[in-house]
Design a protein around this ligand. Structure first.
Ligand code: NAD
Length: 311
């Protein structure tokens, strides 16, 4: 098959594009490199630097594509609070442009990388796809709006659409910006370099950490699965881990011990978030294969930024 992966030079996109290529498919990657790095892409992949909002560029790329993976997005919750317009332009506007260009060129299916952040605070856990979204950031709103646009435009024009709500993915080469980095690479960096681990809130807040290879397996399956049209599907590990537990496991996996500081001034986000993955099991035959312990060990071994401290 021929795939276009938008955002394919990012953390999840690179792993997906490389897996599809290894499986024998033809892969194009479109990425503006605002947060990506094309050097980890396999050489057979055709990389195009550009904006997902560029309709003429999309027209030139899409005509022979069988399925689009739409991953291009601004991805920081904290940044979205400061720059909501940019999050709306890229995550919503870019998605609508993509759908319009898919309509114009007759592409059959899109798999959208949505987010568990859409759920926000939910009294009942684990969260199920039928729970009413309660987004608490412009990022979460933008992903929810993008889901709605994808399914609505898909319905109007006969394009197959599926949205995977990914929870806290982690793995090699996840970006580690100076501020507001995702929690696993940030904690790892702090543990490995001998600094203190700074936990926001009381550390009892829980998240669902899912290893990158499990997310990629779900994405790959979604391109050809039969009963997924117009569906929203949670992709997590189904296991709930508190940030305090995460720091413990990180110390064990890395063999380094750390000083832990709790910053109660800063919100640690919603108190609990864990995915009900029964729909993914049913529709995608999804089964998470890598538990947190093993995933962290793989991450430490495969990411050269961290491997230097453990070898
Ligand atoms: P990432 O930042 O590494 O990847 C996103 C990519 O999109 C980057 O390479 C960036 O350069 C590119 N991009 C941004 N704006 C663009 C634009 N206007 N045009 C073209 N490319 C653009 O982040 P990621 O963690 O790999 O996330 C990929 C997707 O999965 C995103 O849509 C994100 O919302 C979603 N997601 C990720 C997680 C996670 O835990 N990593 C969880 C839920 C959802």
């Amino acid at each position: 098959m021929r795939f276009l992966v938008t955002g394919g030079a990012g953390f999840l996109g690179t792993a997906l594009a490389n897996k599809l290529t290894k499986d024998g498919h033809t892969v194009y990657v479109l990425d503006d490199l605002s947060n990506g790095n094309a050097t980890y892409l396999l050489p057979q992949i055709q990389f195009i630097r550009g904006d997902v909002d560029d309709i003429p560029l999309l027209w030139s790329l899409l005509p022979d594509v069988d399925c689009v993976y739409h991953l291009a997005a601004r991805v920081s919750v904290a940044q979205s609070i400061l720059y909501p317009r940019d999050y709306s332009r890229v995550n919503v506007g870019g998605t609508v442009s993509l759908m319009e260009a898919m309509r114009d060129t007759g592409v059959k299916r899109v798999v959208f990388a949505s987010s568990g952040a859409i759920y926000g605070f939910q009294a009942e856990q684990p969260v199920h796809e039928n729970d009413k979204p309660n987004p608490d950031s412009p990022y979460a709103v933008s992903k929810w709006a993008a889901e709605q646009y994808i399914h609505t435009i898909g319905e109007l024009w006969g394009i197959e659409t599926v949205a995977l709500r990914i929870f806290n993915a982690y793995g090699p080469h996840q970006s580690l910006p100076i501020s507001h980095a995702p929690v696993i690479p940030r904690f790892l960096q702090q543990v490995l370099t001998g600094g203190s681990v700074v936990v926001f809130g009381n550390g009892r807040q829980t998240r669902d950490f899912v290893y990158i290879t499990d997310v990629v397996t779900a994405l790959v399956t979604a391109a050809n699965a039969k009963e997924v049209n117009r569906k929203i599907i949670n992709i997590g590990s189904g296991s709930e881990t508190s940030l305090n537990e995460l720091v413990e496991i990180l110390q064990q996996a890395s063999g380094h011990s750390a000083n832990i500081i709790h910053n109660q001034q800063k919100s640690g986000g919603v108190p609990r978030l864990v995915a009900d993955i029964s729909r993914a099991r049913l529709l995608l035959g999804y089964q998470p294969m890598v538990n947190l312990n093993d995933g962290l060990r793989q991450l430490l071994a495969e990411d050269e930024r961290f491997a230097q401290y453990t070898s």
